[in-house]
Design a binder for this molecule. Structure first.
Ligand code: ADP
Ligand code: ASP
Ligand code: MG
Length: 410
């Protein structure tokens, strides 16, 4: 019997009625003759509520305890989902991440799945039960509870699909699929019928919250056919696959954006071989994720280095740089917050050198100043003022004709 994996996000299981509706989707797959493994998220915004509660008690809550706390959200949903399924006459069993054999590295709050022992799941499936697994959580070899980073239930689902060699993995969510940009912000956004793993990975990494980046990574590495679709309405959804079949010659397939970007500039360091390595080792040791880096040699032969970080990391970044003041010998550290990153993504860019030029022209016409740039073969990102982010995204969306050329599934 072929296996399918399904995943329902927070909005799709936000209350009892929605859980019953989701259970109906599970039953449908079961009735079609599949072995079904279903991953669920915490109900509605309950993970946020748990985090807020922790922050009421501490500005810097212990990460192990945060994992202990945050992993409870999914445990609520698995049990309720099984109760709903039993009401529909379906035999089912709930498993926490650790009961389901999901092993992770020993990193709290952002652990990677290292392997999955599927024996328990498989024995339930063999006995004809639907297995409901708590998303977003796993266990270290030492038996510690970990979580996979916000949005990580997608990754639980895709990793399970890979481990169980499932026929497909369906991500049921509150939109009908992957759009050319976030449909909540860009009213003209259109649903894509398909998108390649590589494009989806870029979009997810660049802020498109519809899929957790590691879920896409797993799907690509293990060639899991991934479908994003609505849990509310019956529509086809978007297929994430190796080669997106539609609109092959579409230069830009999607647009992503994220706010809360800060640019930090460390000025007047000596122009020596180890300057960069000293600066970025200091940041790495403090666990700071640096995104775009720009180095500039000044007229008097010193170097200025600008880099972008998430605004949340600013305090730690300034402390890390300050703690190496003697070694780095800088004259000044400056920072600019309230920035945002706007990115265009499309595999058609590889053979079209003019795309970045087009992007900058559109931004300049909109009076949007570009502060930093980064590119890969299939994306161009520009850091701009946060207040101009939406204007920039809308103008780019129109210029690259994403409102018109994309095939609709409706
Ligand atoms: P879930 O709780 O089901 O995991 P998420 O909130 O994590 O749902 O993801 C769905 C949301 O992703 C949508 O409501 C939408 O606002 C946002 N989103 C961002 N970028 C895109 C995109 N390119 N296509 C579709 N949705 C997107
Ligand atoms: N409940 C977790 C979160 O809100 C995981 C998820 O929903 O994917 O981040
Ligand atoms: Mg999500």
């Amino acid at each position: 019997m072929a296996t399918v994996v399904q995943k329902f996000g927070g909005t799709s299981v936000a209350d009892a009625a929605k859980i019953t509706r989701a259970a109906g989707r599970v039953k449908k797959a079961r009735d079609e003759g599949y072995s079904v493994v279903t991953v669920v998220s915490a109900m509605g915004k309950s993970t946020d509520t748990l985090v807020d509660l922790a922050r009421e008690l501490s500005d810097n809550p212990d990460k192990r305890e945060l994992d202990m706390l945050m992993s409870t959200g999914e445990q609520v949903t698995i049990s309720l989902m099984v109760m709903a399924l039993k009401e529909l006459g379906i035999d089912a069993v709930s498993l926490t991440g650790w009961q389901a054999g999901i092993r992770t590295e020993a990193v709290h709050q952002n652990a990677r799945i290292t392997d999955i022992e599927t024996d328990v799941i498989e024995s339930h499936l063999k006995e004809g039960r639907v297995v409901i697994v708590a998303g977003f959580q796993g266990m270290t070899p030492e038996g510690e509870i970990t979580t996979l980073g916000r949005g990580g239930s997608d990754t639980t689902a895709v990793a399970l699909a890979a481990a169980l060699k499932a026929e497909s993995c369906s991500i049921f969510t509150d939109v009908t699929g992957v759009y050319t940009s976030d449909p909540r912000v860009v009213k003209e956004a259109r649903q894509l019928s398909s998108i390649s793993y590589d494009e989806m990975l870029e979009l997810a990494n660049l802020g498109a919250g519809v899929l957790h980046p590691r879920a896409v990574e797993f799907a690509k590495n293990y060639q899991v056919p991934l479908v994003v679709k609505s849990s509310m309405v019956e529509k086809e959804g978007t297929i994430v696959e190796e080669e997106a079949s539609m609109e092959q010659n579409l230069m830009v397939r999607g647009l992503a954006f994220e706010s809360a970007v800060t640019k930090v500039t460390v000025e007047g360091m000596p122009n020596e071989n180890d300057t960069l390595s000293n600066l970025f080792s200091a940041l790495a040791e403090s666990g700071i994720n640096v995104d775009i880096i720009i180095q500039q040699v000044t007229e008097n032969g010193r170097i200025n280095v600008a880099f972008s970080i998430h605004t949340q990391a600013l305090k730690d970044t300034l402390a890390a740089v300050e703690s190496r003041r003697e070694e780095l010998q800088y004259t000044n550290v400056r920072h600019f917050d309230r920035l945002a990153k706007v990115s265009i993504v499309g595999s058609g860019m590889i053979s079209n050198p003019g795309v970045a030029a087009d992007m900058f022209r559109v931004l300049s016409r909109q009076d949007v100043r570009v502060q930093m740039v980064s590119t890969s073969e299939i994306k161009v990102s520009a850091v701009v003022e946060e207040e101009k982010m939406v204007r920039a995204v809308e103008a780019l969306h129109t210029f690259f004709e994403l409102d018109q050329r994309v095939e609709l599934n409706v």
